[in-house]
Design a protein around this ligand. Structure first.
Ligand code: GLN
Length: 538
């Protein structure tokens, strides 16, 4: 069995196509099927690696070092599907590959065109993902909104695949908005128009996932069905999930979306087992305790810049039956003249400093780290957050006021974080960082080793700078623990404060591997330490 599910969006962007695609993946898995997930981004960037968080939110990093769209993080949280570079395609990649083939003379003198050459390239990338023998269903999310000129080649590729494979082997799910106008009336017209636009490019949706504040009633679903040629059972109401997005697989299941899709695809499967998701939703709904995490960084005004970190914190809460209240602190606030960390960070049970690039806000993060270290507040530093621990220790414990990373001050006499020698002259930006999975070895009985229950782990990286090895002895002499390194011992992967309840910095990004049904051990341990602090405070 090899099936394709295309997920498109209409009316406007940000309707949650990614969450919809992910929830469908979770539902099909709950029926025992093996799925693969793919995101198509119709922009010209080759990958998301060079894009600002302000433009595009978080960059999701894969094991093989892909810098991809944040929707891949949703796929990884909702499904067991393996995620690599192959799961993400952009217009930039497709054109680059086709033009490279043209330059190599592989088109034998023919005129190279959008149809068929670009569309063939897209189709072969989609089909390649499902080639492994165990794959049952490939779910392909087409980014953008139907009607955008950028998505046309991708929709054409989808149309061809539906035509070639047949409607029972390739189905279309269209996500739209049913807005409410004054007086509380729900309007179907935008959805009708959006489906017409999809039909104009030759795709008849099999399923409509309709976003709305309140649940659509039967009359409205019948009306949508009548106007769009979608069967009544295929019109699904994705009303705002009451507590958490993790409820969406359950909301869909309750409306029999899985049953309907399987019928469309002529697939027999076992009954759905959604107990893991029911359990996640219950734990989020009925927490036994709560705590406040202060997240100190940049891009704090944007909900998407640290999507996986926010998610992983919530998962850490699930593991501890706790509600996690995240207070976002712009590190700039800690740099204002006379700023008092004790005031700004009052009421916070634990501090997380996430990854980041560039000089702005660094001193504020250093102030937060110092406060956490001196006050015994649990601290988790991720990537930049570990480098901040190194800078703070250099400045305040070793007494080098000028200790810095060469990312922020190239001429500092104490470059405690710096580039490796072979990286100094890199002028090319895309894909030149230390990217993807790498093994870390932790010191026995370090907080990290205890949290993981193992002294060897593999986690993903995305950074250029490293702790500077020549300073290791100074740090260790003054008590800082080099709690983890790469297997060869060459690079520092983890720092831990001495005589502190839980102060851990890691050079890698654990957040990418956390799932609501399998919270990440480092986040679970961090939340646990925060809860202990919160209990002590009370
Ligand atoms: N800017 C730092 C570096 O490049 C940290 C990167 C990060 O936090 N992802 O090493």
């Amino acid at each position: 069995m090899k099936k394709l599910v295309f997920v498109t969006g209409g009316v406007c962007s940000s309707l949650g196509k990614g969450i919809t695609a992910s929830s469908i993946g979770a539902l099909l898995e709950s029926r025992g099927l093996s799925v693969r997930m793919m995101k198509i981004d119709p922009y010209l960037n080759v990958d998301a690696g060079t894009m600002s968080p302000y433009q595009h939110g978080e960059v999701y990093v894969t094991d093989d070092g892909g810098e991809t769209d944040l929707d891949l993080g949703n796929y990884a949280r909702f499904t067991n599907a393996p995620i690599s570079k192959a799961n993400s395609i952009t217009t930039g990649q497709i054109y680059r590959d086709v033009i490279n083939k043209e330059r190599e003379g592989r088109f034998l003198g023919r005129t190279v065109q959008v149809v068929p050459h670009i569309t063939d390239e897209i189709k072969s990338r989609i089909l390649a993902l499902g080639k492994e023998p165990d794959v049952d269903v490939t779910i392909v999310e087409i980014g953008g909104t139907v009607g955008d000129m950028e998505s046309i080649p991708f929709l054409e590729a989808a149309r061809q695949l539906i035509h070639e494979q047949g409607r029972s082997d390739a189905v279309s799910v269209h996500v739209t908005l049913v807005p409410e106008v004054a007086g509380g009336e729900l309007k179907t017209k935008p959805t009708q128009h959006s489906v017409k636009e999809l039909q104009e490019v030759g795709i008849q949706p099999d399923v409509l996932v309709c976003r709305s504040d309140v649940r659509l009633d039967e009359a409205l679903r019948r009306k949508l069905s009548a106007f769009t040629n979608v069967e009544y059972e295929g019109v699904i109401s994705a009303y705002d999930a009451p507590t958490t997005i993790y409820e969406l697989p359950l909301v869909f299941h309750e409306q029999k979306l899985d049953e309907f899709l399987l019928r469309k695809m002529n697939v027999e499967s076992r009954h759905a087992n959604l107990s893991a998701w029911t359990d996640v939703v219950r734990r989020i709904r009925e927490p036994k305790r709560s705590l406040t995490i202060g997240m100190v960084g940049k891009y704090m005004e944007l909900g998407d810049s640290y999507k996986s970190v926010y998610a992983a914190l919530q998962h850490g809460g699930i593991a501890n039956d706790a509600a996690v209240d995240i207070r976002r602190v712009d590190s700039g606030a800690l740099e204002e003249p006379g700023a008092d960390p004790a005031v700004i960070l009052a009421g916070i049970d634990a501090i997380l400093v996430p990854g980041g690039f560039g000089q702005r806000g660094i001193n504020g993060m250093v102030a937060a780290a110092r406060y956490a270290r001196e006050q015994g507040l649990p601290y988790l530093g991720i990537c930049l957050g570990m480098q901040i621990m190194a800078i703070e220790w250099g400045r305040n414990v070793l007494g080098w006021a000028d200790a810095d990373s060469t990312e922020f001050n190239q001429d500092t006499p104490h470059p405690v974080v710096s580039l490796l020698a072979d990286q100094v002259n890199i002028k090319h930006f895309g894909g030149t960082m230390r990217l993807g999975s790498n093994e870390s070895i932790f010191a026995k009985s370090s907080h990290a080793a205890v949290a993981y229950g193992s002294d060897t782990v593999s986690e993903r990286h995305r950074h250029r700078y490293e702790f500077t090895n020549q300073y290791r002895s100074d740090y260790e002499r003054t008590g800082m623990k080099i709690a983890g390194t790469t297997r060869d011992g060459e690079l520092v992967e983890c720092l831990e404060w001495p005589d502190h309840p839980w102060g851990v910095g890691v050079q890698f990004h654990p957040e990418f591997k956390s799932r609501p049904v399998a919270p990440h051990p480092l986040f679970s341990a961090f939340i646990k330490a925060g809860l202990e602090r919160s209990a002590a405070r009370a």
